[in-house]
Design a protein around this ligand. Structure first.
Ligand SMILES: Cc1ncc(COP(=O)(O)O)c(C=O)c1O
Length: 404
């Protein structure tokens, strides 16, 4: 086998300690295109000369030199995400929050101001209202469905209009083209977190947004085994976000990037199955006496169903929905305790069906009053509908409701 490999750096025969220390330093000859990408679990690459090292540092497209800056697995992930979003460029980060942070860092400086939707994910709420003020960046939270409220919140220092395609967990549909247009009129960047929808369901850049963000920890990964985030869109902003990520050290590791690439292969299939099951589960839940409000953009009863049909033209609305228990907060424990297939999990987007309580998890950093203002009631549950057999999901809910 050895003669099929070119030794990359160690040449000739050496003593055992030297041979052992240099184990693995091989540069495979051209093997053709591998169907599955190898994992490049190396933090650094070696070079034959200073000139070669300088060339790669000056032109990152020509190779990789240090893991925090770029790695082959990350590049593979970023390239595919840019294609799926039809973005000029994309950069990965170590988590969804990392992606949001580097994207904002790309365009903001101390003294700047953000207008964000009041229903955003609790972690983003924490970043905007607790962390960024330490760096002199302020945020005003508004209902972005109210154009006048957005206009009224604008200051001379406002730079970004920030919202989510589908809000977590209240499932409000944002009017992406209208908000992207409003941002342009107000001379702001439009940033959209599309974690709940993925490029299979909705592509915000096509509707005029400047930047789309994903927690790839969720649907893009899809198996609860990888962490990551993506910033995609305008090349100038992505380049600045990439630089910020390198400096701040929020890089995605090779194995997580590799897992995200592996999962992208089935993203369209999974999103189709998630969406089909979720619509059926939402329709069924709406008919249950134990259930109050059901929030799913694919339901005709959803307040922005027509908007959802326009922005999600494939007829897929994703796997996320929320519902209230008619019995109020006291019904939560008996209901959750009776479930056998559906698991209580403080995350979402796994291939299995999982349930979470936003008040105690994703929106924990909000006060009870702030939660009430955005409709996150104590009896609200967020459901991430998986790709299992629909009948087993419904049977599990049915037997759990019977216990109430
Ligand atoms: C909409 C949304 N954006 C961003 C994030 C943050 O992702 P991560 O946990 O990978 O940092 C989450 C996490 O749940 C989310 O739901």
């Amino acid at each position: 086998m050895l003669n099929e490999m070119d030794p990359a750096s160690l040449q000739g025969t050496h003593r055992p300690a030297t041979e052992a220390a240099h184990a693995g330093e091989i540069a495979p000859r051209d093997l053709g295109t591998s169907v599955a990408q190898p994992i490049y679990q190396t933090t650094v690459h070696s070079f034959k000369s200073l000139k070669e090292l300088d060339r790669v540092q000056t032109n990152p497209d020509e190779g990789w030199f240090y893991y925090r800056n770029a790695s082959p697995n990350r590049t593979a992930f970023e390239t595919t995400m840019a294609r799926l979003e039809e973005a000029e460029a994309a950069v990965a980060a170590g988590s969804g929050m990392g992606a949001i942070f580097i994207a904002l860092s790309a365009v903001l400086k101390s003294g700047d101001h953000i207008i964000a939707d009041e229903k955003i994910y609790g972690g983003t709420f924490g970043l905007l209202t607790q962390q960024l003020p330490k760096f002199g960046i302020e945020t005003t939270l508004v209902n972005t469905a109210d154009e006048l409220a957005v206009r009224a919140a604008r200051r001379p220092t406002t730079r970004v209009l920030y919202f989510e395609t589908l809000t977590n967990p209240t499932m409000q549909v944002s009017d992406v083209p209208a908000l992207a247009d409003l941002a342009r009129q107000l001379n702001l960047y439009s940033f959209v977190d599309a974690t709940f929808s993925t490029p299979v369901v909705c592509r915000p850049l096509q509707w005029g947004a400047d930047i789309v963000l994903h927690a790839s920890t969720k649907y893009i990964g899809g198996h609860s085994d990888a962490f990551g985030g993506i910033v995609a869109g305008r090349a100038d902003i992505v380049k600045a976000a990439d630089l910020a990520g390198r400096m701040m050290g929020v890089t995605q590791g090779a194995f997580d990037a590799w897992l995200n690439v592996r999962s992208l292969k089935t993203l369209p299939l999974r999103m189709t199955a998630h969406s089909q099951n979720a619509l059926k589960v939402a329709e069924w839940l709406e008919k249950q006496p134990a259930v109050g409000k059901v929030l799913y953009p694919g339901l005709p009863s959803h307040p922005q169903h027509e908007l959802a049909r326009k922005l999600m033209p494939t007829g897929l609305y994703g796997g996320m929905l929320a519902f209230e228990l008619a019995g109020g907060p006291q019904a939560l424990d008996p209901f959750i305790g009776a479930l056998k297939v559906v698991q209580l999990v403080p995350s979402l987007a796994d291939v299995t069906t999982t349930l979470s309580h936003p008040g105690l998890t994703s929106h924990r950093s909000l006060s009870a009053e702030q939660r009430a203002n955005i409709g996150v009631k104590d009896e609200l549950l967020r459901l991430s509908v998986g790709i299992e057999d629909l009948a087993d999901i419904l049977d599990d809910f049915e037997q759990a409701f019977r216990q109430l």
